[in-house]
Design a protein around this ligand. Structure first.
Ligand code: AMP
Ligand code: GLY
Length: 425
């Protein structure tokens, strides 16, 4: 079958890499893709939110399945667009409808949802221009650090964690009144700070049954030992040693089951990935956030551990047959390290030629921000390459990724040197 994959990051290269290995695949198209996805299929220059052009492309190229990588098209309603367009109704979209995507698209909605269905999470209240003064009062009632979240999508930048009360009040004012994150911060969620260690759980569902995919831990800060500003993610490990059977049983009973029961109760037919960001507080999971897609770079450690034919699984999810899938997970550990452009997450340069890619033997090099220019692969984003290796343990897999990194070069490259260290006993 012909498949259209939407997105252009390391996550999408990992999807493309696995889909390209499927015996069910005829042709894979990636819109817009990057220099890595080009090795797995055909890149097409269509924006992920240009539904009309996607519509024509799907018809013209006899696409049988659409797989959505990023959240934007889901929050904008791409799955609804397919369901409501007679010529596209027969093409399953792996990704939830707009009502389901609100779990990521609106922090206020997702908090209400969690409270309504008894899912453990931080206490919160939300504020807007009409009750800003109450927001200041609520901040005064909390202990630092203060957690302020823009309600809407803010490209991963909409969460502020502040130690100082007057700074927190000032930021609340700037988010709501000065539109610090545009319309995304018209409403701001203020929540209790949760202590613990973060991890991520991923679930694939067809709306009837679900499969829990391998767990992962992301490293969000730019600097070693979790210092400096937040990024989209600088590395990841799968599995997470502390996500043992006892912990996962709590996650299933206290979080996954009530989440899907809640979606059913809201009459939301959710097909696709659900990414649950968790805080492990002394063995008890609490939800930090929902995302309605896979994580990046978590996908680059989760998918390489899945031994099934991924396209077969995605097709099963899209056609409501997931229950029959027997998920096979590799017992190996995967570690990925992200090579970024110097300056990221602030300003950085692009168009730097990348060398050494042909020498790699022990790792999979997923491309994130790359493009092809006159037969050379050049940098085209902040996160440039995502280097995944598998081994018997974290230390072995990390060592392979760092060895691979030493063979790759581009001007002003930067990466964290401590991915996985905190999880090694
Ligand atoms: P989010 O976009 O909601 O995942 O928030 C981004 C990051 O902020 C999370 O990955 C956490 O590291 C941190 N964070 C968010 N909410 C809280 C909270 N209530 N308590 C502690 N840390 C939080
Ligand atoms: N790595 C975090 C995310 O994809 O949101």
């Amino acid at each position: 079958m012909n498949v259209l994959l939407l997105g252009s990051g390391g996550r999408e290269h990992a999807f493309a890499y696995k889909i390209a290995q499927s015996k069910m695949l005829t042709q894979l198209f990636v819109a817009p893709g990057n220099a890595g996805t080009l090795q797995c299929g055909t890149n097409v220059n269509i924006s992920v939110t240009d539904f009309e052009t996607i519509h024509r492309f799907v018809i013209d190229n006899q696409i049988k399945l659409v797989v959505v990588g990023p959240e934007d098209p889901l929050v904008s309603g791409i799955a609804d667009y397919f369901l409501q367009t007679p010529a596209l109704q027969h093409v399953p979209v792996v990704g939830p409808v707009k009502a389901g995507a609100r779990l990521e698209g609106s922090k206020e909605y997702s908090k209400k949802f969690m409270i309504k269905y008894g899912i453990p999470t931080a206490a919160y209240q939300s504020f807007n221009a009409s009750n800003l003064e109450l927001g200041y009062k609520f901040l005064e009632s909390l202990l630092p650090p203060y957690v302020l979240k823009a309600d809407g999508l803010a490209a991963g930048k909409g969460v502020l964690i502040l130690n100082d009360l007057s700074e927190a009040k000032q930021m609340l004012q700037q988010m709501i009144m000065d539109k610090k994150f545009g319309t995304a911060s018209t409403t701001v969620v203020i929540e209790e700070f949760m202590h613990g260690i973060e991890c991520s759980v991923f679930v694939l569902t067809d709306g009837i049954s679900y499969k829990i995919l391998p767990t992962a831990k992301d490293y969000k800060r730019i600097g070693d030992n979790d210092t400096g500003p937040n990024t989209g993610g600088m590395g990841a490990v799968s599995p997470v040693p502390f996500c043992d059977d006892a912990f996962m049983q709590k996650v299933t009973q206290q979080i996954i089951e009530p989440t899907f029961a809640g979606l059913k109760n809201e009459a939301i037919n959710y097909c696709g990935f659900l990414f649950i960001g968790l805080m492990n507080d002394g063995g008890n999971p609490r939800v930090v956030e929902y995302n309605v897609r896979m994580g990046d770079p978590e996908t680059e450690v989760v998918l390489p551990r899945i031994q099934n034919d991924l396209l077969e699984m995605l097709w099963a999810a899209g056609t409501k047959n997931l229950e029959k899938t027997d998920l096979q997970i590799s017992p190996k550990t995967a570690v990925t390290v992200v090579m970024v452009s110097g300056g990221y997450p602030d300003a950085y340069q692009k168009n730097k030629p990348i060398s050494g890619l042909d020498n790699v033997t022990e790792s999979i090099v997923f491309h994130a921000g790359t493009t092809s220019s006159h037969d050379t692969v050049v940098t085209n984003g902040g996160r440039v390459l995502v280097i995944t290796s598998m081994d018997n343990d974290i230390a072995g897999a990390a060592a392979k990724s760092y060895k691979t990194i030493s063979m790759i070069d581009f001007e002003n490259q930067y990466y964290r040197t401590d991915i996985g260290n905190d999880l090694v006993p």
